[in-house]
Design a protein. Structure first.
Length: 263
């Protein structure tokens, strides 16, 4: 299992970090067998698994449920768990308590928080309590309404300055890595060179220290994918073809046959 020190060492040595966001036992098991460096149990489970329009309704108990399943599937992989909306924004005490629940009940290695300067005091308290924290800047889905939708961030000079400033503030607060989501490639490159901790990009171009994609996106389970997603498989078509074949074989009496039957 990787450690936060090994991720920092990977940046120093120029080795790219691989991270996949997934939510259950079987996909986590595949990720571990494939040698993925890190699994993120994202609150995107609300959209990918539950069919919600945003991540906002996802609860702490739901994140713990998914993280437990992922840990069972990938016992030897570094696992990061998203802290869901309003599980850390209300007070420092609540934030540390909820992060502690995630760590104790799931066996995860770290938690992830969205935001910059406004959450620094929370990050410092968590790190001080021995909880590794990953940051998240750029498009922060929990702030989708405040941002006016799922839009690329960092296109204006004002946004760029804030994201760059926040990256250094988070580093100083003790995060061991930062996810950069949906930001221009040049900005991601500047931040990656500016901070000494790893940056993990999603829709942030090729210059970050690592890349993360959602398992279901890269496997092609949805009809449409965001621009930044490379579909490594057309999973929906494969599954659909298999289910249609099953249905036809059952209806035609071709399944089950002798090799599928107990004497």
């Amino acid at each position: 299992m990787k450690t936060i020190n090994e991720f920092i060492q990977a940046k120093e040595e120029g080795r790219k970090i691989t991270m996949i966001s997934t939510y259950d036992y079987w996909s986590a098991r595949i990720c571990e067998e494939a040698g993925v460096d890190c699994i993120l149990v994202g609150d995107s489970a609300g959209m990918v698994v539950q069919g919600l329009e945003t991540t906002l309704p996802v609860t702490l108990d739901e994140m713990i449920y998914h993280a437990k399943a992922v840990r069972r599937g990938a016992p030897g992989t570094f696992v990061v768990v998203d802290m869901p909306f309003m599980s850390y924004q209300v007070s420092v005490e609540d934030a540390v308590k909820n992060a502690g629940r995630i760590m104790k009940e799931t066996g995860a290695n770290a938690v992830k928080l969205e935001g910059g300067e406004e959450i620094v005091h929370i990050v410092e308290k968590m790190v001080g309590a021995g909880i590794p924290v990953m940051g998240h800047l750029g498009l922060t889905p929990q702030s989708v309404h405040a941002l006016g939708g799922y839009r690329v961030q960092g296109r204006t000079e004002e946004q760029q300055k804030k994201i760059i400033k926040d990256s250094k503030i988070l580093e100083q607060a003790g995060v061991f890595a930062i996810v950069l989501e949906a930001v221009p490639s040049a900005l991601a490159k500047e931040i990656t060179e500016f901070v000494e901790i790893p940056t993990i990009g999603i829709g942030a171009g090729p210059y970050t220290d690592g890349q993360v994609l959602v398992f279901h996106d890269m496997m092609g389970f949805f009809d449409r994918s965001p621009k930044f997603v490379k579909r490594y498989l057309e999973g929906k078509k494969l599954f659909l073809d298999a289910l249609k074949k099953f249905s036809s074989e059952v209806q035609e009496g071709k399944f089950p046959q002798k090799e599928h039957t107990y004497d």
